[in-house]
Design a protein. Structure first.
Length: 356
């Protein structure tokens, strides 16, 4: 062997010694100049499945085939009921997550169509006619779940009579610092201190515009028969869509924020909500005074009515008021609502001061 060959072999052996704790490798692991010195590779070894394993695999495949065959024979409504029952299996998983993370996952799932679609028709007894429109049922999803209109189609598909998105602010804002959602497990309730976190009206308008067109294309007809004054469902389909408007924290002219929301989003809404109920936005609840509320509603109504509307006319305008109001506050709000012919009030029981 020449000197160069010996040096080359020593370098290779030194490298492989680093791979072995004791500095040595079996002979057949050393690099050589000829493959003839290497032993033939051992034959591949495959695990032998036991008889029980083969039986279990066969039974599993058989059950899957049988289950699929049976599912194909049942009617669509029965299968839909199975799917909704199966979704309860994931509830324990969501309970282990941070409340806001669980919320985001749920919205994302609905936005991607990863939720079941309600195929069972609502009983006619559940239908209700309001503002010249027919709601298939009176159970709806309030604002606060889909704040940025990411999952309108998926949420309406769950079977709600209406879905309300928002609250939407003119300018994007983060809301309150996290954590801001807390579970009350024993009461089965949630403490919400989000503070109008919103992506802003521009982002929401783009989503609603795209969804509006898609829903219209997928719906053959959403209007009632000729001569019927009641419209079946909303502008873009059988589901009713509400848009909840809010104001930014740093805005001094609250009416300007609501007017901007009306001009941008009312074209997609079956009804509008002016939200002056949140305790998390400085100065918002002061708008519920008789004079302040009257001035605000007049400006918002004027902004809505000055827009161009078709045969259906402008969307109804509602005002969302805070809970825990005094009797005098309620009387003032009722007087303004009647005088200005507000289309409705949104009110709900909620305790504002909750210990953590």
């Amino acid at each position: 062997m020449s000197g160069a060959s010996m040096v080359s072999r020593l370098i290779r052996e030194s490298f492989f010694k680093k791979l072995k704790p004791n500095g040595f490798l079996p002979k057949n692991y050393y690099c050589t100049s000829s493959s003839a010195n290497l032993p033939p590779p051992p034959p591949p070894r495959f695990p032998h499945s036991s008889k029980k394993g083969r039986l279990f695999t066969g039974a599993t495949i058989g059950l899957l085939i049988a289950g699929g065959a049976y599912a194909s024979t049942v009617d669509e409504e029965t299968f839909c009921g199975w799917l909704f029952s199966a979704t309860k299996l994931v509830n324990p998983f969501f309970a282990l997550l941070d409340p806001e993370v669980a919320h985001r996952l749920a919205v994302s799932a609905a936005a991607r169509g990863w939720v079941p679609i309600e195929k069972r028709a609502d009983p006619t007894e559940l239908g209700i006619e309001v503002w010249g429109r027919r709601f298939s049922n009176p159970i709806g999803l309030a604002a606060g779940f889909d704040k940025n209109a990411e999952a309108v189609e998926g949420l309406l598909g769950l079977g709600f009579g209406f879905v309300e998105v928002g609250s939407v602010t003119p300018i994007p804002q983060e809301g309150n610092p996290k954590p801001r959602i807390f579970r009350l497990r024993e009461e089965g309730a949630i403490i919400n201190r989000c503070g109008f976190n919103s992506e802003g009206i521009v982002a929401v308008a783009k989503r609603l515009g795209a969804q509006h067109g898609k829903r219209k294309m997928e719906t053959s007809s959403t209007s009632a028969p000729a001569g019927d004054e009641i419209v079946q469902g909303g502008k873009a389909g059988p589901g009713i869509l509400g848009v909840n408007l809010g104001k930014n924290k740093t805005t001094e002219d609250a009416a300007a924020d609501y007017v901007q929301g009306v001009h941008t989003l009312s074209q997609f809404a079956d009804y509008l909500v002016v939200n002056i109920s949140s305790p998390n936005t400085p100065g918002l609840r002061q708008l519920q005074g008789r004079k302040q509320l009257k001035d605000l509603v007049k400006k918002v109504q004027a902004a809505r009515d000055e827009m161009q509307w078709g045969e259906e006319g402008p969307p109804p305008l509602l005002v969302k008021i805070a809970p825990d109001l005094s009797k005098q506050d309620l009387e003032d709000i009722a007087a303004v609502a009647i005088a200005l012919r507000v289309d409705g009030l949104v009110h709900f029981p909620r305790q504002l001061l909750l210990p953590l």
